[in-house]
Design a protein around this ligand. Structure first.
Ligand code: SF4
Length: 192
């Protein structure tokens, strides 16, 4: 696990730098939990093991609340007829992550523009809800508006970074940090 923690320290450093660099466009605030309210949350095995370390440190009431939510979501998923079932993360309590220091890799990238191979960059969904990058978003065409950028009168350009989950959990990092991410599942599917 210490090798995974070393990897996390590395990507945390990178992501913190990206968030600082994009400061004119980032409107994340404590208590805003939009990223955790509707999603699929891919988690690799090592991420779940680390998340459970955080869970083990919670008080019994919080643990029980989370376990109850997990059972409820699992039932909803079993009853759901749609393929792409989305849910609120069971670790979200009162709009705050109950295991923040132990959260997954995808959780750490929420809110940045992600560059994609052979495709347009992906603007965070919260841009369409008046949050990150909404001040430079051309909503109709789902692109960054040059006109809005110029109107801001800043030298700091809105940039896309290579922060896709696929890249951040690639073999490259397994080799450099000498650990395996393991199997991937939606967070809820790690629980029986
Ligand atoms: S683990 Fe925490 S940060 Fe990640 S989706 Fe759940 S509540 Fe949000």
């Amino acid at each position: 696990m210490h090798k995974y923690i070393a990897y996390l320290e590395y990507i945390n450093g990178k992501l913190s730098k990206y968030f600082r660099q994009q400061e004119p466009y980032i409107f994340c605030k404590r208590g805003c939990a939009k990223c955790c309210q509707k999603g699929d949350y891919p988690f690799r095995q090592v991420e779940v093991e680390y998340l459970l370390q955080g869970f083990s440190q919670l008080d019994n009431d919080k643990k029980q609340l989370i376990l109850d939510k997990i059972q409820k979501i699992k039932q909803e998923k079993a009853d759901c007829k749609q393929e792409n079932f989305m849910y609120e993360c069971p670790f979200l309590i009162n709009n705050e992550c109950s295991v923040y220091e132990y959260r997954g890799i995808i959780c750490r990238t929420f809110g940045l523009i992600s560059s994609r191979e052979n495709a347009n960059s992906k603007v965070p969904f919260c841009a369409f809800e008046g949050l990150n990058y909404s001040n430079v978003l051309d909503v109709e065409n789902n692109v960054i508006s040059e006109e809005k950028f110029l109107a801001l009168n800043t030298d700091i350009e809105p940039l896309a970074y290579n922060v896709s989950y696929k890249y951040l959990t690639s073999e490259k990092f397994e080799k450099v940090f000498e650990f395996k991410f393991g199997e991937v599942r939606s967070l809820i599917d790690w629980f029986i």
